[in-house]
Write a protein that binds this ligand. Sequence first.
Ligand SMILES: Nc1ncnc2c1ncn2[C@@H]1O[C@H](COP(=O)(O)OP(=O)(O)OP(=O)(O)O)[C@@H](O)[C@H]1O
Length: 310
Amino acid sequence: MTRNKTGEAEGRIVLELVDVGKVYRGGRRAVDGLTLRLGPGLVGLLGPNGAGKSTLLRIAATVTRPSSGRVIFDGADAVARPEALRRTLGYLPQDFTGYPKLSGREFLSYLAAVKGLSRRSARARVDELLELVNLTDAARRPLGGYSGGMRRRIGIAQALLADPRVLVVDEPTAGLDPEERVRLRNLLSDLAADRVVLLSTHIVSDVESVAGDIAIVAGGRLRRRGAPADLLRPLAGRVWEVELPPQEVPRLAAGHVLTRTLRTPTGVRARVLAAEPPAPGAVPVTPDLEDAYLDAIHTPQPAAPTVVRR
Ligand SMILES: Nc1ncnc2c1ncn2[C@@H]1O[C@H](COP(=O)(O)OP(=O)(O)OP(=O)(O)O)[C@@H](O)[C@H]1O
């Protein structure tokens, strides 16, 4: 895959958010001039709480109108005329609950009817989706009794009803146990084979294994975009580990980003981002995505180009 200088995979672009901004009533600027171009595949939108991820996803899902900028779907303005995008969009909002009294099957069948699927094709589609999200055995149980993971999976199923070309999922792994997390990540990765999947999370490991393409946002802005290897490259030689007495940690933290600290029997082992050895005895270590993420969050401008042209 080739990428352009802003880290976007070069290929067929389906959905574009161009210089998008959102200011809420009261003046809160949640998204600030952010551009994201998306083609088929999974893009992991990674950022801390309050970064603007949900707002951006709501804009992509045409639920929220941007205050500025453009949303373009298949080359056409999707703010002025959102219908084409809506017809082929699946969206799982962060606070999805469904209807607690309906069973999984009833809920999906109801939504299928709302979407205008014929009774016959609705039945086949609902069966297919229940199977896909591994809820066939729980299909008759009311949603109110589902676990968090089951609820997220039925949420994915409802988002897939119309076989969307664009799937937008907001924190789909929130509240899931590790096994459910892995299962959901794999499902989304499979779904991304032939559609645009935009997934938000604040957990690095959620995107590390499945997203070939990661966009890091903070303060409503895009901080980095690229494949994991591209995000790691600028950190080469800038990640250190050092063991030091606990009382020296605040001084180190005042001048550097500490990406991890671990209490040891003899002191504290700190992982530090720094151009030079940050303390006597510091040893260079191999950067990981957590380092890249924290570097992006704490360093507004990339120290070096995030992505190198290949
Ligand atoms: N409807 C709203 N009205 C006013 N401010 C809002 C609204 N929705 C979000 N915000 C604010 O906009 C900023 C971005 O919020 P948003 O929910 O988009 O971020 P996020 O990255 O999804 O965070 P989280 O993971 O905590 O949901 C936050 O400061 C939030 O308080």
